[in-house]
Design a protein. Structure first.
Length: 628
């Protein structure tokens, strides 16, 4: 499937709005007679590549009704159509009997609709691929209609709760401010994309219709200045849901329905599920489950914030073909890795710097505090650092590079990286406005990306290896430049400065090479991002401001298998090692106004290439990981 130039609304004809086509992921769909519900699962999970419970969240109410009835009638089979990208027409219907068309759209959403109804496009450039048809009896067709009516009726009360919450804010004079906040949040979250009924709403790489663009007015700005009574049910749902989601967890929660169908019932179910999960994890609640929707969302936010310093760890599993993100909760952040791995791996450096062996029970935070302090002391004494093949130019940089290399080995990755600000001294300002002014003068060149590859020399030609490394380094520097203003108070950042909220929890992404061209060029099949400090750790405080997502560990696999939560825990462990390093740097800068430290190495295209050093991948999923 190819993509063409975007249309007037930003969509691409004959291709997925997410980037490349997805049909290659459907080649394993059964072509022999099978229960229709099983074929539906195969299609909507793209060949069982992601969990059915996640895939089903993209279904519309009518599709959900049909799926439920098909599952109860396993005798029904699909008369298959040819899975061909050029086939965008309806399946031939049978005049005498009721029939369901099974089709999938350009973004991988499954439709199970009566063949008598016209196929609905989710956006101006949408197109369809027919999967097959299912012949029904009159009784089964009525069952689908009844189930659909039941699901629609179930939306009445949840939508009324959202409407009541909005009415209260209108009566208090807050409604228009809430709308402006929602528009602002959409602009500063990396990707927002969801269905409402059959319409697709988004701000993603190739498609924007939620906010204004050069092509015209966005969906949300059109209701500025209108009384709530003039808003449609859909407008009330979208504004109320996005506001509640952001309250409940900022950008992490704002993307909760990416790739899914947003309904009032699903929103309230999601908030209730989060509320219950956090209660079970030991968090305290201050409101009832049937409270005002926005008050309930605020309570979820407080409960999630209380995870700082606790045992449970929040992370997200991302199915990048559709941008769907599922929050998962681990009872603790302990991996199966040897607890003394930090001692084993860094004993040689410890011995070189401090002429001795580290105590085998030395906690990792103290070990890396000592190592960072010793490296910093050597740099301040002017002791040069030079090692063939290294992209580091100082001892502190060498320690950072060693930590990134450790993450590549521990996770069996093809490459890894870490990015941050070169000169933290620029942030040593205690007044809010001067600090904001300084942050706003930063450019992507003021950041660095330490890149470590796993034996690129024997696996890739030099041109390809350098292209991947330099493009990834520049992209990460650009991303970090985008993230850092997100730590400021909103009023301190002018509208002209584009920025994103910084990442707050670790994540695992699969099939990342499909939905972004840059990921495809860099062969990012699967990835892990472990930002630091994440929400389970205290923020990094520099002078007068707390920072999240200030540094990270990222690792990439260019081929299967995908990463597991165990791999994520190992990558995050290395982010905790970096936490100690940055703690030492900040402490040094705070000791005296004259102290200065700048990362000079890690220029684009310069990277360390490890040879024959990758450990076996950690493929075992930790026990008791649960979806939230």
């Amino acid at each position: 499937m190819t993509t063409e130039a975007p249309g007037a609304d930003g969509a691409h004809g004959h291709g997925s709005l997410y980037g490349q086509g997805f049909l290659e992921f459907m080649t394993e769909v059964r072509r022999h007679p099978a229960p229709a519900w099983q074929t539906a699962i195969d299609v909507m999970t793209h060949g069982n590549r992601f969990p059915t419970d996640m895939a089903s969240l993209a279904l519309g109410l009518i599709d959900q009704a049909a799926f439920d009835v098909l599952r109860d009638n396993p005798q029904l089979t699909v008369q298959p159509a040819t899975l061909d990208a050029a086939d965008a027409t309806h399946v031939t219907t049978h005049a005498a009997a009721p029939c369901l068309d099974m089709a999938v759209n350009s973004m991988g959403r499954l439709h199970l609709r009566p063949s008598s109804e016209p196929r609905v496009d989710s956006h101006a450039e949408d197109h369809w691929v027919s999967v097959g048809s299912v012949l029904l009896t009159d009784e089964i067709a009525r069952s689908i209609e009844q189930r659909h009516a039941q699901l629609q009726a179930g939306e009445t009360r949840p939508l009324e709760r959202i409407r009541m919450a909005l009415q209260r804010r209108e009566e208090s004079g807050e409604l228009q401010a809430i709308l402006e906040q929602v528009i602002d949040h959409v602009e500063h979250v990396e990707s927002v994309c969801f269905y409402s009924e059959d319409r697709f709403f988004a701000l993603i790489d190739r498609f924007t219709n939620l906010i204004d663009t050069k092509a015209g007015k966005g969906y949300l700005p059109r209701i500025r200045g209108l009384a709530l009574s003039a808003w449609s049910d859909q407008q009330q749902l979208i504004v109320g849901a996005l506001h509640a989601l952001f309250i409940s967890g900022r950008a992490v929660r704002f993307e909760e329905f990416n790739g899914c169908t947003l309904t009032a019932g699903r929103l309230l179910d999601r908030l209730a599920s989060l509320h219950a999960t956090y209660l079970q994890a030991g968090c305290e609640s201050s409101v009832a489950i049937d409270a005002d929707v926005f008050d309930l969302a605020e309570d979820v936010r407080r409960m999630a914030a209380s995870f700082t310093g606790r045992g449970p760890l929040r992370y997200r599993w991302i199915y990048a073909l559709t941008f769907q993100k599922q929050e998962r909760l681990l009872p603790n952040a302990q991996s199966t890795e040897d607890t003394t791995a930090h001692i084993t791996e860094f004993a040689d450096l410890y011995g070189e710097l401090m002429s001795g062996r580290p105590d085998p029970v030395l906690p990792q935070s103290l070990l890396f505090t000592q190592l960072a302090s010793a490296c910093l002391a050597r740099d301040l004494q002017g002791q040069p650092y030079a090692q063939p093949g290294s992209a580091a130019t100082t001892w502190v940089e060498h320690l950072i590079e060693r930590i990134v290399a450790s993450s590549v080995r521990a996770t069996g990755s093809d490459y890894g990286m870490s990015s941050s600000l070169r000169d933290l001294g620029r942030l040593m300002l205690h007044d809010a406005q001067p600090l904001a002014n300084e942050i706003l003068t930063l450019t992507p060149a003021d950041f660095y990306t330490c890149f470590v590859a796993s034996d690129f020399a024997s696996r890739l030609d030099p041109v390809s290896a350098n292209a991947i490394a330099s493009s990834v380094q520049k992209r990460m520097m650009f991303n970090r430049w985008h993230f850092i203003p997100g730590n400021l108070g909103r009023t301190l950042v002018p509208k002209s400065r584009h920025w994103y909220y910084p990442p707050l929890v670790p994540d695992i992404a699969v099939h990342s090479d499909v939905h972004r061209a840059a990921h495809s060029r860099a062969r990012v099949k699967s990835s892990i991002r472990a930002p630091g400090p994440d929400m389970s750790r205290p923020p990094l405080r520099i002078a007068s401001l707390n920072y999240r997502g200030f540094y990270d560990i990222r690792v990439v696999r260019m081929e299967e298998p995908p990463y597991t939560a165990e791999d994520m825990l190992r990558a995050r462990r290395r982010t905790l090692w970096l936490e100690a390093v940055y703690g030492v740097i900040v402490s040094y800068l705070e000791d005296s106004p004259g102290n200065h430290l700048r990362i000079e190495g890690f220029g684009a295209g310069r990277f360390l290439d490890l040879t024959n050093s990758v450990a076996a991948p950690a493929t075992t999923e930790p026990r008791d990981a649960v979806a939230v």
